[in-house]
Design a protein around this ligand. Structure first.
Ligand SMILES: [Fe+2]
Ligand SMILES: [Fe+2]
Length: 378
């Protein structure tokens, strides 16, 4: 049950990579960066004419890439388990999967729809803002190669992300319930998993084919896996934005980062409440008879108490900045060093990119290295 989790695993060779002239390297070679703009970035006065710094643009570009990836997998959820309408027209819904999600909350389909739309607006705005400032934007369309679900209800479109082999680190559950540990102050802190099986082997969070729609406990376990994937992802965004904001220079870049970030927090808070319904009565305990995946009842022994009780969804205060200061209810982690590469590693370890090409990973790492090179005031 206990696992050491790195939260966001930092890159150790980031500086070496940057010294190697990354900006002129692989990222530019993709054709998605305009060489002229990069030259402008390097040589223009950093803050004249109210412009963004090179670092500001890199932070917003990495955020846009992360939001494109979020949009891609939220779209997959919406096609099968959300609401397909004029705002999100793709797919036609999987009635059984949708019903199992609604066992967690009758509003699940609406929440999935709205989270999906939020992510689409995030990357669309970020790219448009970058373009309005004469900065390079991000597209991942060349990497849209994954086949995705063939279950009834899926649009069958090619995907950027893979929801069918997820290994979910559910330790955020106890990280936000710990009053004594903050990974920023103690990177070795141990946070037990809420659903150990989700972290020990890969599972699908959507019906892969219509064969996944039975037996009943199997498709409920798939819906429950989705219910834990939602907050697992959104708590990442919840840390990413305040971590990146500390590296912003231009007030408008800062404003964008600190205005999008809390919407990720709103998603996380909502989803952590819904995930709790997968690990409490009447749904829990539940074991998938096809693979043994078990969702325990976290309100009963050996669980329960401050670390597991499902209605304790407000962040417990924890040490912040210094252990000599009083505990404080905060987002954590918010360490800024290596945050973007940490997020790439976090999503990769989750299995979200299984099947993607080496060029895809290189592209993401290049964006992350640029963002991690940003420094406030430089
Ligand atoms: Fe987002
Ligand atoms: Fe998000």
């Amino acid at each position: 049950m206990t696992n050491v989790t790195g939260v966001f695993k930092r890159s150790t060779n980031r500086r070496r990579f940057l010294k190697g002239g990354m900006l002129a390297g692989a990222a530019v070679g993709t054709g998605l960066f305009d060489g002229g703009l990069l030259a402008f970035d390097r040589h223009a006065a950093k803050k004249d004419s109210g412009g963004l710094t090179t670092g500001d643009a890199a932070l917003l570009r990495f955020a846009a890439a992360a939001e494109i990836l979020e949009s891609d997998f939220w779209q997959q959820y919406n096609e099968l388990g959300g609401i397909q309408d004029s705002e999100l027209p793709d797919g036609s819904g999987s009635p059984i999967y949708t019903a199992k999600l609604q066992n967690l909350d009758s509003d699940m389909a609406q929440y999935i729809h709205d989270n999906t739309e939020d992510e689409i607006t995030h990357f669309t705005f970020l790219n448009a803002y970058l373009a309005s400032k004469g900065k390079a934007t991000v597209s991942l369309e060349q990497f849209r190669t994954l086949p995705g679900s063939t279950a009834t209800g899926s649009s069958g479109k090619l995907r950027l992300t893979n929801l069918m082999e997820l290994t979910l680190d559910t330790s955020w559950w106890t990280r936000y319930r710990s009053r004594s540990e903050n990974p920023d102050l103690n990177p070795q802190a141990m946070f037990p998993q809420a659903v150990p099986d989700l972290f020990s082997s890969p599972h699908t969070a959507i019906p892969r084919t219509d064969a996944d729609l039975t037996p009943d406990a199997h498709i409920q376990a798939i819906a429950n896996t989705a219910a834990f994937h939602f907050p697992t992802i959104e708590q990442g965004g919840n840390s990413l934005y305040p971590s990146m904001a500390q590296r912003a220079t231009h007030p408008e870049a800062l404003r964008i980062l600190i205005s999008i970030g809390p919407t990720e927090t709103m998603h996380f808070q909502t989803w952590s409440d819904k995930a709790g319904n997968a690990v409490s009565t009447p749904l829990a305990p539940l074991t998938d008879p096809t693979n043994g995946l078990t969702f325990p009842n976290l309100n009963s022994p050996p669980f329960g108490g401050e670390d597991f009780q499902t209605n304790l969804i407000m962040p417990e205060p924890c040490p912040f900045i210094s252990p000599t200061l009083p505990v404080c209810s905060i987002i954590r982690p918010t360490e800024t060093e290596g945050i973007a590469m940490g997020v790439v590693n976090f999503l990769t370890a989750m299995g979200l990119f299984i099947g993607q090409t080496p060029a895809f990973f290189q592209f993401l790492k290049d964006l992350a290295a640029e963002a991690d090179a940003a420094k406030h005031g430089v």
